[in-house]
Structure formats: C-alpha cells, structure tokens
Design a protein around this ligand. Sequence first.
Ligand code: ADE
Ligand code: ZN
Length: 327
Amino acid sequence: MINKQLPLVDLHRHLDGNIAPKSVWELAQKHNIELPGNSLEEFTPHAQIQGQTSDLLAFLEKLDYGVSVLADFDAVYRVAYENVADAKAQQLDYTELRFSPHYMAMAFNLDMTELVNVVADAVAAGSRDFGVKTNLIGILSRTFGTETCMKELDAILAHKDKVIALDLAGDELNFPATQFVDHFKKARDAGLQITVHAGEAAGPESIWDAINLLGATRIGHGVAAIKDMKLMDYLVENTISIESCPTSNYQTATISDIRQHPLRTFFDHGVNVFLNTDDPAVSNIDILNEYKVAQEILGFNSEELSQIQRNGVKAAFLSDTEKQALF
Ligand code: ADE
Ligand code: ZN
C-alpha cells in the first residue's frame, strides 16, 4: 500500500495530540495528577476517541488529558522526544510536528518561551537518535483568544530559527481568521511559512480567509472546499495544498460517513492533497491507517497512493534540495 521507493511524510501531526496514554498515565503517577480509571488499561479508553464525537470541540477535549500532565520541562521533553520515536515506528521519513506553546504550558503555568526551546531540543535529539527528519510548526490556539495568541506568537518568534511555520488551530467556528490578521502578518514578516486549520468546522469562506487574510499556502483539513468550485480551482491554480486527515474528519463529525470524504474529489480535481494523521494517539491511528482508508474505502489504487505520497513531499516546508534528499 505504501510505496517504499518513495518518501513517507506526515505534515499535519499535533505533537500535543500525540502523547501516548502510557506516558500520560506514568507522568500523572509521578506528579500525583488524577486521571479517570484505576489503571492504564482503564484510563486508555478515556484518552482515545471511540467512534465519532458530536463535534470538533468534543474531539479536542480528549487532548486535554495529555497536556494536563505536563508538570515540568522534563515532562515536556519526554513527550516531544517520544513523538519522534513514534514517527520512526510509523515508518515516516519526514514529519512536521506542530504544537501550541500555550496549550502545553497552561496546566502548570510553565514559561512558554522556554517551553518552545525544550520542545525544539527534544525533537532535535529525537531526530538524531531515530534518524527521522523533522521540522516544527508553532500553533496559535485560537480558542484562547487574540491576546493569549499574541503572547503565544511571541514565544514562538523568540525561537523562530527552530520553527518553520505558523498554524492556527482550535475553535474555528467561534474564532475566525479575521481576528488573527495582525498575528499572521507578524509571523510572515519574521519569515515563517503559513498553514491554517480551515474548512473543518466552518465553511469555504474560512478557507478563503486563511488564504487571503492570513497568507496560508497550505490548508489543514479543507473539507469545506468541496462546496465551492471556484475555491477548488483557486487551490489548483495557486498550488495551495490540502493536508487531509480522513479519520480525524470522521471522528470530529466534520463528515458523517467516512465514505463521503472529499479526498477523491480533491485528488481528481488536481488539488495537491495528501494524507496525514492529525492527532494519532487520541485518534488511535497511525499514518498507514490513513492510506488504508484511502485504498479500501475511498478506492485509491497503488499509483494514486504513490501520487499522494509525492504530493506530501511537494507540500513539505522544505527547500527543493531537502526534498530531493528524501528520495
Ligand atoms: N488541534 C488538534 N487537532 C485539531 C483539529 N482537528 N482541529 C483544530 N484544532 C486541533
Ligand atoms: Zn490539526
């Protein structure tokens, strides 16, 4: 299913949505933090999505357990390092790991700027130790409002040489892109590339805003683009890629049935779409699972799946030379 002759990448992968239940449980024991259940076995189902949630916000609540145990920088280092071990276990050749400094720091009021530094150190060490190429994407968690996001941005920009891009994640419906124009101008001026969660909980206008107001060259999820043919054409003509995460889209109830996922329509229309996991530990999936969904449920053949792998490389926030080196 995976073409081993081609690089396997995952560019939409939340480090803070990929904390293994075992690590959450162990860190909770160490720091005397209460979790549901009396054992790892009892806790694990609480930390993973079962079937489908009612909406995006219900899905995102599941990520709260992971960040609730980040009691100190050792814990932050551990979960960031383990993310690279997990990328290796999932056979990834290259991954862009994204994280929200505020979300990771908030339970124990850790210093956000230092947190960015610790995550970057841990991921660099993991990258060396496990032989997986990585880059980091900083996230502004829109759910916490514009002021917190500005502080979060400053923490990210304090280490802008260690972060390749900026993303906007969280509650898309209640915190539209229009509120974050200044943040993204500042990030672009500092040389960061831009990807934005859009068209997941809101409609196609949210994707237009991500592109026109925030400068996104990649769109996270982008499911709602299916409703706007002009937008689909625009994505093709301007090589704006869609980071597709089918299982996540089902679990957040962005689509009601996995068979209705627009991956096929995007692909056939010529959009540079590719497969990603989003929050693998919370969704209880790996990247191979997403290729399996594309093949077995959405009817992609081997050559089409290979093209999806190539689309991922094309969309990566890497120089042409770095992309070549992946092959
Ligand atoms: N943070 C983690 N996963 C997310 C998603 N699917 N949408 C928005 N924010 C997120
Ligand atoms: Zn995401």
